[in-house]
Design a protein around this ligand. Structure first.
Ligand SMILES: *[C@@H]1O[C@H](CO)[C@@H](O)[C@H](O)[C@H]1NC(C)=O
Ligand SMILES: *[C@@H]1O[C@H](CO)[C@@H](O)[C@H](O)[C@H]1NC(C)=O
Ligand SMILES: *[C@@H]1O[C@H](CO)[C@@H](O)[C@H](O)[C@H]1NC(C)=O
Ligand SMILES: *[C@@H]1O[C@H](CO)[C@@H](O)[C@H](O)[C@H]1NC(C)=O
Ligand SMILES: *[C@@H]1O[C@H](CO)[C@@H](O)[C@H](O)[C@H]1NC(C)=O
Ligand SMILES: *[C@@H]1O[C@H](CO)[C@@H](O)[C@H](O)[C@H]1NC(C)=O
Ligand SMILES: *[C@@H]1O[C@H](CO)[C@@H](O)[C@H](O)[C@H]1NC(C)=O
Ligand SMILES: *[C@@H]1O[C@H](CO)[C@@H](O)[C@H](O)[C@H]1NC(C)=O
Ligand SMILES: *[C@@H]1O[C@H](CO)[C@@H](O)[C@H](O)[C@H]1NC(C)=O
Ligand SMILES: *[C@@H]1O[C@H](CO)[C@@H](O)[C@H](O)[C@H]1NC(C)=O
Ligand SMILES: *[C@@H]1O[C@H](CO)[C@@H](O)[C@H](O)[C@H]1NC(C)=O
Ligand SMILES: *[C@@H]1O[C@H](CO)[C@@H](O)[C@H](O)[C@H]1NC(C)=O
Length: 548
């Protein structure tokens, strides 16, 4: 992932403008995407996008999520973490979100950046996982020094996974300080055996003269850890620097030390030559994506390189081109194996950015699927998904998710759009949560398996309308659509109650549901539920008399 110059100071994320060209959409295509209100695109000069507000949760300002669907589009909940570009306006903070098909929030995290928000399985149960912590790396490539939070389906903490063996140096050009935990921002994958695969960075002294850098230089070692979630034991550790004989420095496409803003001169300006941005299990080893190597690399269970598929020259493979479709890729994200027959073949998906700031939007980004013949060491392009009506050039970030029924979801990372393709690779859904280059989401998913009953109670609040009526607003952050479909309201004309009878029933109308209180109501309470069954009650609150 490359983020706009971004530095976390305490809990507040500061961002700075830079002259680096960010991702771009096809500039000559001025059509709104999709159904964007005219006002939406006229704010290109200032970081701005429409957001929603709620009476019951005044701190929540989730973006308007615009969704255009064709028949056959998948159902489910969108899960993503909008990160505004620079500067961050206080009313549009970074956040983690689950939203429904109408763009209503289902769950809104506390404000602040959550990386890699995802629904995963742990011990046979669905859990919500995300990264939080400090972000460093300054101008060129962001990396994190943080922890992975694992929540159960009531949003209670199961585990706060940390990594700190005392050897880490942040290599953070903005803050050279120790962090409590050094899990990086790019990966947090729970395996079927109950372990967590994460990435980490360590600023490491290295002789960079072979690539034109200083003899007493520094680089960012790109590390992979697999942590047993029951014991915290490290099951696997891999260091790119310990494999420089297999993956030499001159394979890096990252700006070389002498041409880079982060130039390898010292511990706080290390050269980020490798950058692992995804790791998944493959057979009894792993497959990683190195953004700066333009490579998908298979490791065996000892961490030895089994093969290196390079997006420029093939590496250990020939990029055959029988289908006439290019197999080249670069700056890619989310390299994920599909079918694998060990030692014979593997099919992989990736989000092929094919761009970095200095590529000036040369190659469109695609969802690339490659068939790797491991015996003959050849590669064939199975498909290269792109929306023909909205070509994107995505410098950083992105996800390629497989959905049921051979549907595919491309989350365009730095371009705040999601595109769903059906089994014939036709576009059946487009969604947008902001203006290009003003907000991004590193990874985004559409999930059908998140059912959650929050451990906290619903919230209610009243508003005195000018008409004299009192509006009751009700919400239950985090409760999924299967958990409640309506509200039961209990009113009393006596501030001391009792609240025993249901006075009104109203159906759920999104994140926040409104009702008009009966005249004279002085005490009110509401319960979220299904049918006649109350699932959870709010506190009871007093209704202020209108000031006359
Ligand atoms: C950009 O969009 C225009 C208008 O839709 C289209 O004619 C053109 O082919 C597109 N260019 C690319 C590179 O996709
Ligand atoms: C668009 O902007 C105009 C002028 O600022 C405003 O009156 C109008 O309500 C806006 N429309 C929408 C849909 O936000
Ligand atoms: C998780 O651990 C980090 C590092 O020790 C700490 O800063 C953070 O407060 C912890 N979070 C929770 C929810 O316990
Ligand atoms: C650094 O590496 C270069 C070759 O790239 C070598 O000539 C030089 O001796 C090395 N310096 C040190 C201090 O090892
Ligand atoms: C694992 O580490 C966490 C902190 O990250 C700690 O709270 C927990 O007790 C540890 N578990 C074991 C089994 O040591
Ligand atoms: C580290 O290197 C950078 C870039 O060359 C330089 O600006 C900075 O002053 C150096 N820091 C120290 C402590 O030498
Ligand atoms: C593979 O890794 C093991 C353990 O680190 C090492 O002993 C062995 O030499 C490696 N094999 C190759 C071919 O590099
Ligand atoms: C594959 O074929 C296409 C169309 O002929 C060509 O544009 C592309 O460069 C080729 N890719 C490779 C890797 O040879
Ligand atoms: C490798 O090539 C041979 C000869 O063309 C073919 O029979 C074999 O199926 C290929 N291997 C794979 C894994 O496709
Ligand atoms: C992008 O534009 C810059 C400035 O014009 C130029 O130096 C650079 O070579 C271009 N990059 C590519 C890949 O065309
Ligand atoms: C007050 O609310 C009631 C019930 O929703 C509605 O019928 C009535 O028109 C409202 N009164 C005013 C003045 O808006
Ligand atoms: C609910 O009522 C509040 C207070 O009047 C208002 O601000 C809000 O827009 C209403 N929400 C909906 C969905 O109508």
């Amino acid at each position: 992932m490359r983020l706009p110059s971004l530095v976390a100071v305490s809990s507040c994320v500061l961002l700075q403008y830079s002259s680096v060209a960010y991702g771009q959409s096809n500039a000559s295509d001025t059509r709104p995407y999709p159904g964007t209100p005219a006002n939406f695109s006229s704010f290109a000069l200032a970081p701005f996008w429409p957001y929603q507000t709620f009476v019951t949760e005044p701190d929540f300002h989730p973006p308007v999520l615009e969704i255009t669907k064709q028949p056959g589009a998948s159902d489910g909940l969108f899960i993503f973490a909008p990160l505004p570009f620079l500067p961050v306006y206080p009313d549009r903070p970074p956040v983690g979100l689950i939203m429904d098909q109408l763009g209503n929030p289902i769950w809104h995290s506390a404000n602040g950046y959550l990386g890699q928000l995802e629904v995963q399985q742990l011990d046979g149960k669905n859990v919500l996982t995300y990264w939080t912590g400090g972000i460093g790396g300054g101008f060129v490539d962001a990396h994190g020094m943080g922890t992975i939070t694992i929540l159960d389906s009531t949003y209670k903490l199961i585990q706060n996974v940390t990594l700190n063996d005392g050897t880490f140096k942040a290599g953070d050009s903005m803050q050279n300080k120790p962090y409590p935990s050094y899990i990086d921002i790019h990966e947090s994958h729970i395996t079927p055996k109950g372990s967590l695969i994460v990435t980490a960075y360590n600023s490491t002294p290295y002789n960079l003269s072979a690539v034109g850098g200083p003899e007493d230089g520094w680089l960012l070692d790109s590390l992979i850890y697999e942590i047993d979630l029951r014991t915290n034991e490290t099951l696997f550790r891999w260091s790119s620097v310990e494999h420089i004989d297999e993956l030499p420095l001159n394979g890096s496409h990252q700006l070389h030390p002498n041409g880079s803003i982060i130039d390898g001169n010292n511990a706080t300006h290390p050269w980020d030559y490798f950058l692992t941005n995804s790791v998944f299990p493959l057979d009894d080893g792993y497959i990683l994506s190195s953004r700066h190597y333009w490579s998908a690399i298979a490791l065996d269970s000892n961490g030895n390189v089994t093969w290196n598929l390079n997006g420029e020259d093939g590496g250990d493979f020939d990029l055959v081109n029988q289908t006439g479709k290019s197999s080249t890729f670069s700056w890619q994200h989310y390299v994920r194996p599909l079918d694998s027959t060990p030692n014979r073949s593997v099919t992989i998906d990736m989000f092929n950015n094919h761009n970095n700031g200095f590529d000036n939007g040369t190659n469109p980004s695609t969802g690339l699927t490659l068939y790797l013949d491991l015996q003959n060491r050849t590669v064939e392009t199975v498909s290269a998904l792109q929306d023909p009506k909205k070509v994107v050039y995505v410098d950083s970030q992105g996800t390629f998710q497989r959905l049921p029924g051979d549907h595919k979801l491309l989350a365009n990372g730095q371009i705040p759009t999601l595109t769903e393709f059906d089994d014939n690779d036709r576009v059946v859904m487009k969604a947008r949560f902001g203006q290009d280059n003003q907000v991004s989401s590193y990874r985004s998913y559409l999930v059908s398996n998140w059912s959650a009953t929050p451990y906290w109670a619903p919230k209610i609040a009243t508003t005195q309308e000018a008409s004299g009526n009192v509006t009751l607003s009700m919400s239950w952050n985090g409760a999924t659509p299967d958990v409640y479909d309506g509200w039961m309201i209990y009113e009393s004309a006596d501030v001391n109650g009792p609240l025993t009878e249901i006075s009104q029933r109203v159906p759920r109308t999104g994140f926040e549901t409104n009702a008009t209180l009966s005249a004279g109501t002085r005490l009110v309470m509401a319960a979220a539920g299904k049918g006649n069954q109350a699932t959870r009650r709010s506190e009871s609150i007093r209704v202020e008399l209108p000031s006359v």
